[in-house]
Design a binder for this molecule. Structure first.
Ligand code: ADP
Ligand code: MG
Length: 650
């Protein structure tokens, strides 16, 4: 899986970004602190070790000075000089024996002016041997005081005291030490006159003298206000440890030898040496000081050792403090960056939530983040965007509304156009049918013409042959008039079929209608029919063919009468049109009416609801009115009656 920073929240990133430099800085500071503390502490520890070494040496010197005091005291006793001079060993025994015992000296020996042993307090039975070869004795006999460390070889140890050989023995592997390392003092013994009559020697064996080392250790470590178990003090004779005190951790084991480099540095090089050594699991601070002979030759070494941590308890405290500081700064860093991070992330989260709301369709979402940083800018842009979005949506809604309105308008226009188209189509159909029927009628009329001519001729003959007062005269006249009308119709039909303009003249509508009403009784029974005439007083003159118009109104009136088989009212009305240019004729009845589904068909040729009807009346009338530039309209209520109105141009 690829590691990507981008999937962590801002808060975490900020925390990490803050913590990384902080942690690096802190770690550097920590290491530097530890380094400084450690070097400083190490230096201090080494200084301290040197001081300790001085204290130890001082303790050793004190022991020497104690021996010195004792020896001087015995040398100065009034009885000592004469007893040595006289070789009075009994007196010497009473003088030296108790002092040696009380002061725990391993040697207390009186020699005469020649260096010959007069009395050995540690070994009274042996005397008379010469000691003038001994540096200390030689010096004392010269009148000086000699004090220092010295080695007494095994051959002489037996002389000095029977138990000394045993006590000096230190087993150290192959190099078993049997010689004794002593602190030794020799002082001159003078006669009252001041002449040196002999010397008094005293000494303390250092081999296995753990009590002395204990004293030194106490002086060093307790004097410094520390627990005395913390460090060890050892004494080396040559390479070999001959005495020691202190805890095992800081101690050389009994019989252990000095490491070669230490031996070289301290004993061969005659140097005081302080070292840091890592032993098993901790650092140790070890200090060595050479122990020199009277001539200044290193014979052995005084050693102090202790765990370095004991020197520097403060160090661990300091380290602890540093750790605490590091931990505290990290804690503060984490919490501060955490708080900062969440404060920074909060507005971002809010913006994301608002954006979701916006996406879900909520309108005019506004954030109220008022920080002046980039996030504030972002919030401002977001608000701007939200506002703009809102405005745009409102504009779109408005445009939609406009569009809908326009579509409605266009649809209405389209419907109107459709209606007009349908009407035109119907009209066209009707005109076509009219044309067809016209042609048919023309054909029929043409055929009728010849028989009609014969009927006319014969009727004229009948007219001429009948008397003026003959009772049948009127019928003959009527036949003649109707024959002429038939001829006219036929002629008109022929003319109509040939699409020619009719005989143009002026027609007085009122007169024409009156004529028709007078004649109508001949064609249809008017029983039970009330006639109502409402003629306009204004002279109703229209231009046109009176014969054709006669036919139109006859048709309409006949239809009205036929619609009222049970009687009713027939109204014939003439009135001026709404404008000054037309005249209107209304023919109404109170008959059966026309069902709605038939209204559109009544002008079609051959449409009829009557058994003896031809269905031609209205279609022919329609054609004629149209030919005259007029219109014909119908309104009807089934069961109540029908009204036809013909509007003609004047
Ligand atoms: P016809 O009279 O030979 O039937 P028309 O063309 O004159 O033919 O009339 C067509 C049809 O119109 C009639 O059959 C009738 O159904 C209807 N009609 C015409 N005028 C009227 C009217 N005044 N009242 C009721 N129906 C009428
Ligand atoms: Mg009719």
């Amino acid at each position: 899986m690829k590691f990507s920073l981008s999937r962590f929240p801002i808060k975490t990133k900020l925390t990490v970004a803050t913590l990384i430099p902080l942690a690096i800085g802190i770690v550097f500071c920590f290491l530097a602190g530890i380094f400084i503390v450690n070097t400083k502490m190490s230096g201090q520890a080494q200084e301290k070790a040197k001081t300790d070494l001085n204290v130890a040496r001082e303790a050793l010197r004190q022991e020497l000075s104690r021996v010195n005091d004792v020896v001087r005291f015995t040398a100065a006793l009034g009885a000592t000089a004469p007893a040595i001079d006289a070789g009075d060993r009994t007196t010497l025994a009473t003088l030296l024996g108790p002092v040696r015992q009380a002061e725990h000296l391993d040697l207390l020996t009186a020699v005469d002016a020649y260096g010959k042993v007069v009395f050995r307090a540690a070994n009274p039975l042996i005397y008379g041997d010469l000691q003038n070869g001994d540096q200390y004795v030689a010096r004392a006999l010269k009148g000086e005081v000699a004090a220092g460390a010295t080695v007494i070889p095994v051959s002489r140890l037996a002389l000095e005291g029977g138990a000394l050989t045993q006590r000096a023995k230190v087993v150290a592997g192959a190099d078993t030490v049997v010689a004794g390392l002593f602190l030794k003092v020799a002082v001159p013994v003078r006669a009252p006159s001041g002449t040196v009559v002999g010397a008094m020697c005293g000494g303390v064996l250092l081999n296995n003298n753990n009590a002395l080392l204990e004293k030194i250790k106490t002086a060093v470590y307790e004097g410094a206000g520390q627990r005395k178990e913390v460090g060890a003090a050892n004494l080396f004779f040559g390479k070999v440890r001959i005495a020691g005190a202190g805890p095992a951790t800081a101690n050389y084991p009994a019989g252990e030898k000095l490491p070669d480099e230490i031996y070289r540095s301290v004993l061969l090089g005659d140097n005081r040496t302080v070292e840091r050594t890592f032993v098993s699991n901790d650092w140790y601070l070890t200090a060595y000081d050479p122990i020199r002979s009277l001539q200044g030759v290193p014979l052995g070494a005084l050693y102090l050792g202790m765990q370095e941590s004991n020197y520097s308890t403060g160090r661990s405290d300091l380290n602890l403090l540093l750790c605490a500081v590091v931990f505290l700064s990290l804690l503060i860093g984490v919490s501060v960056s955490g708080v900062l991070g969440s404060r920074l992330a909060r507005p971002v989260k809010e913006l994301s939530m608002l954006a979701k709301k916006l996406a879900a369709g909520e309108r005019n979402v506004q954030s109220n983040i008022d920080s002046r940083d980039e996030i504030g800018d972002l919030a401002g842009s977001f608000n701007e965007m939200s506002r703009a979005l809102n405005e745009r949506e409102e504009r779109i809604i408005e445009l939609n509304r406009d569009l809908e309105k326009k579509v409605e308008q266009r649809t209405a226009e389209l419907e109107e156009n459709n209606r007009l188209l349908l009407q035109t189509k119907e009209e066209l159909l009707r005109v076509e049918k009219l044309a067809a029927i016209g042609e048919l009628a023309a054909g029929v009329a043409h055929e009728i013409n010849n028989p009609m001519a014969i009927i006319r001729g014969n009727t004229e003959l009948l007219q001429l042959s009948i008397d003026e007062d003959d009772p049948n005269r009127e019928e003959v006249e009527t036949i003649f008039a109707q024959v002429k009308r038939v001829e006219r119709i036929v002629t008109n039909l022929l003319k109509f079929a040939r699409r020619e303009r009719r005989e143009q003249g002026t027609v007085q509508l009122n007169g024409l209608l009156k004529d028709i009403l007078a004649q109508i009784g001949h064609q249809e029974s008017l029983d039970g029919i009330e006639l109502e005439e409402r003629f306009s007083p204004k002279v109703a003159l229209v231009s046109g063919d009176s014969g054709q118009l006669h036919q139109v109104f006859t048709n309409l009136i006949l239809n009205a009468v036929q619609a009222m088989p049970a009687g009713g009212t027939l109204t014939v009305e003439t009135l001026p049109g709404l404008d000054e240019e037309t005249f209107q004729v209304c023919i109404s009845d109170t008959g059966v009416g026309i069902p709605a589904e038939n209204v559109n068909q009544i002008f079609n040729p051959f449409f009829t609801t009557k058994t003896t009807g031809t269905g031609l009346g209205l279609s022919v009338s329609y054609g004629i009115v149209k030919e005259h530039g007029g219109t014909i309209e119908v309104t009807s209520r089934p069961g109540f009656g029908t009204s036809f109105s013909v509007i003609l141009p004047i």
